[in-house]
Design a protein around this ligand. Structure first.
Ligand SMILES: Cc1cc2nc3c(=O)[nH]c(=O)nc-3n(C[C@H](O)[C@H](O)[C@H](O)COP(=O)(O)OP(=O)(O)OC[C@H]3O[C@@H](n4cnc5c(N)ncnc54)[C@H](O)[C@@H]3O)c2cc1C
Length: 324
């Protein structure tokens, strides 16, 4: 499993393009509360920067800030800036909170780290995913936040100090851009033979669809463990993780997994391939009706490339030169 790659950002979350910031899951923040926190921090930094630039744009079609993505990070950032009198628009390719909305049905949203209070104006409380999304929709309505749903940002360029942003529906101009698109659209693959067979999936939507099956879940993070726990309610579940212990789990998931005697956990195990009805593990084949490979997500490389945002592993000549 490759380590996570994220866009190249500095300590202010600014990308290699001055004036374009990256926050949330895409910037390596794995939980809603932490993603919202980054949104809030970047909003404060942007407010200072815009104050230093002086006033608001004189042209009426120029926004102070355009935010790409209406998840927790983008909404919290936009709300904070708007409350400080800034002209803000959020462009969302699906719907408000779509990543959370697309999690498995009935999914409970934990608000860890518990000891850390959430910051900013967007509400966040532990609840079933639909209630979290509804609270965000209702917040957007009452705050009068401008969110353009069903519109995807496709490219961006700088023209005379102002960004010109192209979307699937038109063009916008803004002094600053915040990219908060998450990584939900690009699940990581194992890269083993047979991974594209229909019984192998990289997302889990409806746990109740699976009954009395033999299921293999691959992964060692919260998504894999939560999927294994939910599926084990009515299936025989094996959880295969290549690590020797689970180090990235939330407290709640660690506790639940420890108590789950109905899940066979294979630590230090490696999947080498899939064939119809069979999962190949290093220790030998296993019969399997469905396999869920839930090992995280890749950054959306094509989208970032279209924006001109470099990833950490895309070393430019300056970095190479610095090593010589
Ligand atoms: C299975 C699973 C379970 C999880 N459970 C929890 C949990 O219980 N508690 C928790 O705190 N976290 C949980 N997480 C993590 C949580 O979902 C993320 O940390 C959080 O959603 C990140 O917020 P974000 O705002 O950075 O990105 P996202 O919520 O991913 O929002 C990004 C938004 O950008 C939009 N977008 C993408 N591309 C474009 C584009 N080109 N133009 C316009 N819009 C675009 C997307 O449609 C999306 O709405 C879970 C994740 C998974 C996968």
């Amino acid at each position: 499993m490759a380590t996570s790659v994220r866009p190249e950002i500095n300590e202010r979350f600014e990308s290699n393009i001055p004036g374009v910031f990256v926050i949330g899951d895409l910037a390596g923040s794995p939980l809603v509360k932490l993603a919202m926190e980054q949104g809030y921090e970047v909003a404060l930094a942007l407010e200072q920067e815009l104050q230093a630039l002086g006033g608001s744009p004189t042209e009426t079609d120029v926004y102070d800030v355009l935010v790409i993505g209406a998840g927790g990070a983008g909404l919290n950032c936009a709300a904070e800036l708007q409350s400080r009198g800034r002209r803000v628009v959020v462009i969302e390719k699906e719907q408000i909170g779509s990543t959370v909305a697309n999690l498995p049905e009935g999914k409970w949203i934990y608000t860890e780290p518990e000891e850390r209070p959430s910051v900013g104006l967007l509400p966040l409380r532990a609840a079933v995913k639909d209630d979290v999304v509804e609270s965000w929709r209702s917040f957007v309505r009452s705050a009068g936040l401008q969110v353009r749903e069903g519109e995807a940002v496709t490219s961006l360029r700088r023209e005379e100090g102002v960004f010109s942003i192209t979307t699937s529906a038109g063009r916008y101009r803004a002094r600053r851009v915040v990219v908060a698109t998450g990584k939900a659209g690009s699940p990581k693959k194992l890269g083993v033979p047979g991974e594209d067979l229909a019984f192998v999936q990289h997302r889990l939507f409806q746990t109740r669809k699976y009954q009395n099956e033999q299921i293999l879940v691959v992964g060692g993070g919260n998504s894999a463990v939560e999927a294994a726990l939910a599926l084990a309610e009515s299936n025989q579940v094996t959880l295969s993780y290549r690590g020797s212990e689970f180090t990235r789990l939330s407290k709640e998931n660690s506790r639940r997994l420890r108590g789950a005697s109905n899940i066979q956990v294979l630590l230090g195990s490696k999947v080498t391939g899939f064939a119809p009805g069979v999962c190949q593990l290093e220790g030998g084949p296993r019969a399997c009706d469905h396999a869920f490979v839930l090992i995280g997500s890749e950054p959306p490389r094509d989208f970032l490339k279209a924006l001109g945002i470099r990833l950490e592993d895309e070393w430019g000549w300056k970095k190479w030169a610095a090593l010589l």
